[in-house]
Design a protein around this ligand. Structure first.
Ligand code: SAM
Ligand code: SF4
Length: 326
């Protein structure tokens, strides 16, 4: 079977590719303060190696690829990578997660290179709060978002990590912003990934609270979103706005997990919440042919854990989020 199925019967059809662990922001829940241990670009897979691996995944049934990081737009050769991955016949859906700080310069190029959909992290519409969370410049992000709209990238999904006492007073502002600009909005719970993620658990909010509060303010109806993944969606009745809730902590969705994650260095991580991994770079450089590599990928998927244990074993994930890209 040209198919990747894990020991729990889950079909793997989605690859997240972290193209760099570096970033021009420092979201406090993602990269620990003063962190310097970034991987050297010399250790990253080459474009040829990345393209070969993605092609092999696609031949095994992976049709969706999301480029992430770190911040993918800090990687110089990203447009070329997108062009090459987008041209692979088996890749039906190539998307990108970005902080949008450099999107104003890149939106048109991304569209031409083959990206259609983007997810943008936006935790606050208040420049001071935004800076406190990310160390970044909100104006640049808004400029990037408007350029993406102009370049007809769609849907544009806004990802907001909701944090008690930090940005939870901005939920309705964010809803109104997304209504105005025809963006999709997704709320995310903080996860204890890496030292920074563990610090962020102090700000954790169960998204059911946010949902209950929104129900009181808006007329919401259940909605479906193509390729929704783990988010559960509602629509504000009479509008196009869809709002998703991503609840890895309060209601995990591991039973339907269909993805694996590849780091810039070629490490395949089998679960966001576990350390299980397979080093693919040495295999790529060992002279294996395509069939042998495909078998190595099937074997790797055979090691996918059943579920994360963020609540019972929060010490499990010691790597930082920008290595795997969320
Ligand atoms: N730099 C890009 C961005 O920010 O969209 C892509 C990489 S970033 C690691 C991907 C997603 O992970 C972002 O939406 C970010 O908010 C989320 N993220 C990072 N650390 C997190 C944490 N500890 N808990 C929940 N979400 C987190
Ligand atoms: Fe950078 Fe994204 Fe991590 Fe923020 S969440 S530090 S933008 S990689």
């Amino acid at each position: 079977m040209p198919e990747l199925t894990d020991p729990f019967g889950r079909k793997i059809e989605y690859l997240r590719l972290s193209v760099t662990d570096r970033c021009d922001f420092r979201c406090f829940y993602c990269i620990p303060k003063g962190y310097k241990n970034f991987t050297p670009p010399e250790s990253w897979l080459t474009l040829d190696e990345t393209e070969r691996l993605v092609r092999l995944f696609s031949e095994l049934g992976v049709a969706k690829v999301r480029l992430t990081g770190g911040e993918p737009l800090v990687r110089q050769d990203l447009p070329e990578m997108i062009g090459r991955l987008g041209a692979l016949p088996g890749i039906e859906d190539l998307s990108l997660s970005t902080n949008a700080s450099r999107l104003a310069q890149h939106a048109g190029v991304l569209r031409e290179a083959g990206v259609r959909r983007i997810n943008v992290s936006l935790d606050s519409l208040d420049p001071a709060v935004f800076h406190e969370i990310t160390q970044g410049d909100l104006d640049k992000v808004i400029e990037g978002l408007m350029a993406a709209k102009e370049a007809d990238l769609r849907p544009i999904k806004i990802n907001m990590v909701v944090m008690k006492g930090l940005n939870d007073h901005e939920i309705t502002d964010m809803v109104e912003f997304c209504l105005l600009h025809d963006f999709t909005l997704r709320f995310i719970e903080t996860m204890p990934v890496g030292a920074a993620g563990k610090d962020a658990t102090d700000y954790f909010i169960d998204l059911q609270e946010v949902r209950d509060d929104l129900e009181r303010r808006y007329d919401l109806e259940p909605a479906v979103m193509p390729g929704a993944g783990p988010a559960s969606y509602v629509r504000v009745r009479g509008t196009r706005l869809r709002i998703g809730f991503i609840t890895p902590m309060s209601q995990h969705f591991c039973d339907t997990c269909n993805r694996v994650r590849l780091s810039a260095e070629g490490t395949l991580y089998l679960c966001l919440g576990q350390q299980d991994r397979v080093e693919l770079r040495p295999l790529l450089r060992s002279g294996m042919d395509d069939e042998q590599l495909k078998q190595a990928l099937r074997d790797a998927i055979g090691r996918k854990p059943k579920r994360h244990e963020f609540l019972s074993q929060p010490q499990n994930v010691v790597r930082i989020m920008s290595i795997t890209g969320g």
